[in-house]
Design a protein around this ligand. Structure first.
Ligand SMILES: C[S@@+](CC[C@H](N)C(=O)[O-])C[C@H]1O[C@@H](n2cnc3c(N)ncnc32)[C@H](O)[C@@H]1O
Length: 263
């Protein structure tokens, strides 16, 4: 099975529902609009043409269009996500935000130098180093010169190896995540043609986000809502997975990084 087919299988609709209850409306990763604003902090987004790789349920793309009047294109390998995100675009933003399905990381459906900025959050951990390089070369191609590619992702200290907590978290969530290091990232970025500008550590912030998610999911009204859709075991496993993420970050099994590259 290709890595694309693997990811498609690992994000069924009910799993996305569970993630959205944890992460907040429109998001499938930690921190909501606060984290997505922090990802692009210092960058000029007003009226820019932006590419969101792995746009999920569209929360970030819609937020950037609303806040900065940006034109945002989100791409996804999951058709359900594209349909759902498209359905959520407010009438007033229909000309500014679009979501597209693609299934070939060797070819993004855009001509050369189409975008002023590209970003991606919580996506590349699903790709091994070879697939990262293939996709990064395409992202390089579709970006204009002197523009930036901003990444928020989960990394490991050891290439090809997660610790016990991450292994248990992946088992509970049924996910295949690739343990790539800062060194792997540096190689892939350079080989794809980008210059590495900086790698920021975001561990404390994301440990806090995961702790807050555990507390949120334990609230009476949230438990009540979840119990209408999921079994007690599914809910308990999900909460435990966020607890494991919190501890994995605290103990440096999981590194959260913001990576800025320039074409
Ligand atoms: C953890 S979710 C993050 C979604 C979104 N970026 C967010 O922060 O809410 C990971 C997403 O990446 C998508 N994905 C995985 N591999 C991808 C790829 N090669 N290209 C585009 N999307 C991909 C999955 O379908 C899923 O929607």
């Amino acid at each position: 099975m290709s890595s694309i087919e693997q990811v498609q299988k690992e994000y069924p609709e009910d799993y996305c529902t569970l993630l959205e209850v944890a992460y907040g409306q429109g998001f499938l990763s930690e921190g909501g609009t606060e984290a997505i604003d922090a990802l692009v902090k210092g960058f000029q987004l007003d009226n820019k043409k932006i590419l969101d790789i792995g746009s999920g349920l569209g929360g970030a793309a819609i937020h950037f269009a609303q806040k900065y009047n940006a034109m945002v294109t989100g791409i996804e390998i999951n058709q359900i996500m594209v349909d759902e995100a498209s359905r959520r675009v407010p009438e007033t933003l229909q000309n500014q935000v679009k979501f597209l399905y693609y299934d070939d990381i060797k070819h993004l459906p855009f001509s050369d130098e189409s975008f002023d900025l590209a970003y991606s959050k919580g996506v590349f951990v699903h790709l091994d180093v070879e697939d990262k390089l293939t996709l990064f070369k395409e992202i390089f191609r579709v970006l204009k010169r002197d523009t930036y590619f901003i990444i928020g992702d989960w990394l490991s200290l050891v290439n090809g190896h997660w610790g016990e907590k991450m292994e248990e978290m992946m088992r509970l969530d049924g996910l295949t995540l690739f343990a790539n290091t800062e060194g792997n990232y540096k190689d892939v970025i350079r080989l794809a043609g980008f210059k590495l500008i900086l790698i920021d550590e975001e561990d404390e912030t994301y440990a806090k986000y995961n702790n807050e998610i555990v507390k949120h999911l334990k609230k009476h009204e949230i438990q009540k809502k979840l119990k209408e859709m999921f079994t007690n075991k599914e809910i308990e496993d999900s909460i435990h997975a966020y607890r494991l993420l919190h501890h994995a970050i605290k103990e440096k099994e999981l590194l959260i990084r913001r990576i800025i590259c320039k074409k």
